[in-house]
Write a protein that binds this ligand. Structure first.
Ligand code: DAH
Length: 338
């Protein structure tokens, strides 16, 4: 009897070994280990055995069952391994991967970063204000009377509630002085809006960096020296800077700033890049009125202010011929600044 059991085991092991796939192996498993398989039927036959034979044959039957079970598991593992390495073999690891497109900073943003970096070295803090403003911040507080042409509906985007898209970043001068004591040295980068026809040099949305310095005894010499320093840091030490008299309601005197440099493509041409001037006492008075104190006493405090045209600066620095390129989102253009 023991001999027949051993035969059954050897036969099962041979069959497991020669199974060629998982399906064949499963058939073999059912044949030997299934509920009505050979090993189970041996269990039935045990009942008929003599008392002294039962433990011996029972033990052997257990060993046979364990051996067959183990052999099936081993063979199954072999099949799985074969499948996995078969799948891996189909991957050609020498092929190039899928390229990832990496974005880059917009040229206008790069321009802002360069400018802000220079101003920070000069001790300016960065301030911000909202794009949607009240007439008070955009005009009244900046000494710009109701009949001033800048307030005309033809020039300015008004909202139905009387607010407007700010026509310049000078609004942030007022906000900064309302919330901080003098002395003060700040810049405010941001967008501004005017009803301009879109063409190569005009856009209804454009960008400025506003600057404000308030201290005792601030003079036109401070203003000129610091703006010259800034523009030479930006465009190179050979850059010429020219100041021409102008008019702004919120400064007196007021100046326009022009640059020229042989290193730039536009060579001999003077290009206007900013407006500036000495803060008008009426602006300090408006701030005092809003604050309800005399913190910006025009008898004690003086200041200069400027507004730089950032689109213009970027066009000069990167030799960009058309302001519309900034907003068209054309990757052929943008990739040149990556
Ligand atoms: N806000 C003026 C503009 O947009 C530019 C400007 C001129 C700003 C003189 C100033 C300034 O701060 O002092 O045309």
């Amino acid at each position: 009897m023991a001999h027949r059991l051993e035969q059954l085991r050897d036969e099962a092991l041979r069959e497991i070994e020669s199974a060629t796939d998982e399906q064949a192996l499963e058939t073999t498993r059912v044949k030997y280990l299934g509920r009505s398989g050979s090993i189970a039927s041996w269990g039935e036959q045990m009942k008929a055995l003599a008392k002294e034979e039962k433990p011996v044959i029972g033990k052997l039957l257990n060993e046979v069952r364990n051996a067959v079970t183990a052999a099936i598991e081993t063979r199954n593992a072999q099949f799985r391994l074969q499948q996995e390495s078969g799948a891996l073999a189909k991957i050609d690891i020498s092929l190039p991967g899928t390229p990832h497109e990496i974005g880059s900073l917009h040229p206008l943003h790069q321009m802002h970063e360069r400018a802000i970096q220079i101003f920070r070295r000069m001790g300016f803090a960065v301030a911000e204000g909202p794009d949607i403003e009240t007439e008070w911040y955009c005009f009244d507080a900046l000494n710009t009377p109701p009949d001033h042409p800048a307030r005309n509906e033809q020039d300015t985007f008004y909202l139905s509630d009387g607010r407007l898209l700010r026509t310049h970043t000078s609004t942030v001068q007022i906000r900064a002085m309302e919330s901080a004591q003098p002395p003060l040295r700040m810049i405010a980068p941001g967008a501004a809006y005017r009803r301009d026809e879109l063409d190569a040099t005009h856009s209804p949305q454009f960008h400025q960096i506003e600057g404000l310095y308030v201290d005792e005894d601030v003079s036109v010499a401070d203003l000129k020296g610091e703006l010259e320093f800034f523009l030479r840091e930006l465009f190179g030490s050979g850059t010429e800077v020219q100041f021409r008299p102008h008019y702004f309601p919120f400064t007196e005197p007021s100046l326009e700033v022009y640059v020229r440099s042989k290193a730039l493509k536009r060579g001999e041409q003077w290009i206007e890049v900013a407006g500036c001037g000495i803060v008008h006492p009426a602006v300090f008075e408006a701030v005092n009125k809003a604050r309800g104190d005399k913190a910006y006493d025009p008898e004690k405090w003086t200041g200069y202010a400027f507004g730089l045209g950032m689109d213009r600066l970027a066009m000069i620095l990167f030799e960009i011929p058309d302001v519309r390129l900034f907003a068209q989102n054309d990757l052929r253009f943008l990739r040149q600044f990556a």
